[in-house]
Design a protein around this ligand. Structure first.
Ligand SMILES: Nc1nc2c(ncn2[C@@H]2O[C@H](COP(=O)(O)OP(=O)(O)OP(=O)(O)O)[C@@H](O)[C@H]2O)c(=O)[nH]1
Ligand SMILES: [Mg+2]
Length: 194
């Protein structure tokens, strides 16, 4: 699949504003700073479609993008230490509303390839199983590891998250590594609904 022109649609902060669309929805989730916005820019071939942040936890809204054949939804990052309990609670409610009311064709659940998955990452997977949301795992920032360490590390992550090795795609927004593989996963998820 080729992405021709991706454009920003809107940002929303509450369930009553969730996008109504006939297009398939691909969602992107993961903790703050994991590289969600960077991955979206990689898929879109655009440097600044989604704002990347040096300060983690900036994206507090669900950002929708039109990718032509599908809609991409960038979910707010979780697990940001400096966020108040109140905000964490709000985020949890918004996420559950999103997972339960927005028809999601595929959710890309991102983890940093270098780090052990957190309890939040595992909770995210539990939500996905609970709401029966189809998902694929993405191990980001693969360029931070020597090439020979990528596959063994993906195996470790798969064991830790209790998923199959083939369920995790390693990517790098810096080098474009894994981009084609991810696009074909998205393409298959879109076809399944038709
Ligand atoms: N080396 C490397 N750095 C990356 C990669 N992806 C993201 N980064 C860096 O990681 C930082 C966070 O990236 P973002 O894409 O803003 O992360 P995010 O998940 O959107 O963060 P929030 O929106 O705050 O939740 C930025 O400094 C990026 O440049 C990657 O594949 N390789
Ligand atoms: Mg972001």
């Amino acid at each position: 699949m080729k992405i021709n022109e991706a454009t920003f649609i809107t940002s929303v902060a509450s369930a009553d504003k969730f996008l109504k669309t006939d297009k398939p929805i691909i969602a992107v989730a993961g903790k703050s700073n994991v590289g969600k916005s960077s991955l979206i820019n990689m898929l879109a071939n655009r440097k600044k479609l989604a704002k990347t942040s040096v300060t983690p936890g900036r994206t507090r809204l669900i950002n929708y993008f039109d990718f032509g054949e599908f809609i991409l939804a960038d979910l707010p990052g979780y697990g940001f230490a400096k966020v108040s309990k109140e905000e964490k609670k709000k985020w949890g409610i918004l996420l559950e509303e999103f997972l339960s009311t927005q028809k999601i064709n595929l959710l890309l659940s991102l983890v940093d390839i270098r780090h052990e998955p957190t309890s939040d990452d595992k909770m995210m997977l539990n939500y996905l199983y609970h709401y029966a949301v189809p998902f694929a795992l993405v191990a980001t920032k693969a360029d931070k590891l020597p090439k020979t360490k990528v596959k063994p590390r993906v195996k470790e992550l798969a064991a830790s998250l209790r998923v199959g090795f083939a369920d995790i795609t390693a990517t790098s927004a810096e080098t474009g590594y894994g981009k084609e593989e991810l696009l074909s996963i998205i393409e298959n998820a879109i076809k399944e609904q038709e």
